[in-house]
Design a protein. Structure first.
Ligand SMILES: CC(C)(COP(=O)(O)OP(=O)(O)OC[C@H]1O[C@@H](n2cnc3c(N)ncnc32)[C@H](O)[C@@H]1OP(=O)(O)O)[C@@H](O)C(=O)NCCC(=O)NCCS
Length: 128
């Protein structure tokens, strides 16, 4: 399963693919993962805060609501476990992802300059 997940991750992030062992390490460190052939989301809950670690949808399945649906599941799980805020970071030039997060109620709270190989990271949060 983690091998298929790594293959899908490579389709979503061709310049920074993660290995199956990276996902195994994330699970060991307490992250939660939902994955199917269409997409994946990884999140972490720590006390009253939660964080989206990564999210991706197969290129052939995009703009059909899959990422939004996975976000709802992660937010719901985090809330059930006591979190009241979800945080994430997204590259400033990743327009599809920023549009998707904004549509799902996330707002910008800061910037980490040159965080991704010279590209700014936008910090976003949502009350859940
Ligand atoms: C970002 C990503 C996860 C979005 O997945 P998705 O399943 O296509 O997103 P959704 O279908 O839930 O989109 C919800 C909304 O986001 C916006 N959106 C999504 N893709 C968009 C695009 N290419 N251009 C403009 N807006 C977009 C739209 O408002 C969309 O609603 P609409 O379809 O009703 O107009 C997907 O494009 C992806 O896997 N990208 C590569 C990996 C990545 O960048 N991950 C995010 C890292 S922070």
């Amino acid at each position: 399963m983690l091998n298929e997940l790594a293959q899908l991750h490579a389709l979503c992030f061709p310049h920074k693919p993660w290995a199956a062992s990276d996902f195994a390490d994330l699970k060991k460190s307490g992250c939660d993962i939902i994955a199917s052939e269409h997409g994946f989301i990884v999140w972490r809950v720590v006390a009253d805060q939660a964080e989206i670690i990564t999210i991706g949808v197969h290129p052939d399945a995009r703009q059909t609501g899959i990422a939004s649906a996975m976000l709802v599941l992660a937010e719901s799980d985090a809330k059930t476990r006591g979190a009241n805020k979800m945080f994430l970071e997204v590259a400033e030039n990743n327009r599809p992802a920023r549009a998707m997060y904004e549509k799902n109620g996330y707002t910008q709270i800061g910037v980490r300059p040159k965080y991704y190989d010279g590209v700014d990271a936008i910090l976003m949060e949502k009350n859940i």
